[in-house]
Write a protein that binds this ligand. Sequence first.
Ligand code: KG4
Ligand code: ZN
Length: 356
Amino acid sequence: MGFPVVLGIESSCDETGAGLVSGGRLLGHALASSMDEHARFGGVVPEIAARAHVHALIPVVDSALERAGLRMPDIDAVAVTTGPGLSGALQVGLAGAKALAYALGVPLHGVHHLAGHVAVDTLEHGPLPVPCVVLIVSGGHTSLLLVRDLARDPIVHLGDTLDDAAGECFDKVARVFGLPYPGGPAIDRAARAGEPGAVTLPRPLSGPRDAPYAFSFSGLKTAAARWAEQHRVQGTPLPVADGAAALQEAVADVLTRKAVAACSAYGVGTLVVVGGVAANSRVRSLAEERCAAAGITLRVPPPALCTDNGAMIAAVGDLLVRAGAEAAPPDVSTDPSAPLRYALLHPAHSAPARAA
Ligand code: KG4
Ligand code: ZN
């Protein structure tokens, strides 16, 4: 008998994703995005995202099945993001996943979105070595983690951002620079024609007395915005490419320096860089350079799997199913601000608040 087939469903932000994974292998996945509908607002509008998930969910599941050459009855378990993310968006995914799981008579597993970002690397590079250091950099989170068995062990946070996430910094500065939403890919593209040394930007929390694995990006964001503002006040054209290159260099420098230092301090031989910002070309090249110099093995998922997708939720579901994880109770709920402790995330349906 082969491995069970796990359907993964992702709907925490503006991407509706479905993926099918079995025994660590990606069989097929599909994605729909409401990104274009948010572009004119300069950021994700939660109600628009939730409504788009309602429309996209079943077609996306059908496309993933078609690409995998499978049918509904082939699904042995369903995994779904139960947090963190936008409340309404998460609820649409969970409702759809519950309906599918109960109709098919298969177990449902609620999973932590960020654990999905970590697990997706196994689809490309095989099982994660134990332990490994994981740098997770997305639109809402930036953390350095010590990961052992992702399906069973608690995840140890070596450091987190004290304020903005790295992706948030890219998105907000891009807006000030007049670049389109989402800002990260726009900064990446603009930076190609720029000179990183042309603008001096700070390297926050990089001093000898600073917390070695904590991050801060809000001061960097402000410094980049001030630089842009000066040009506006002086009436000189904004050298966007140089600003983008300098910002990207500062973010990549701080992220990779701290990640490599964590590997060395903890005697860990493998660094895994995941999340939307891991798609950034400079984060990838600088991580490669520094890991090679320090004798550390670097693993980064292919760019298309770094940003939100359904394959990552299927990947973490597959690990959990093979580890014998318990199924979610029928009243499992969502937790929009769930901290990352375990890959499995089964928030209980909270009792209605009592009137004061
Ligand atoms: O992981 P993700 O798709 O969603 C969250 O869970 O947040 O990450 C989205 C973030 C956004 O901030 C986006 O601007 C950033 O990842 N991002 C990038 C690139 N591609 C996506 N940042 C820099 N360079 C990129 N190429
Ligand atoms: Zn994400």
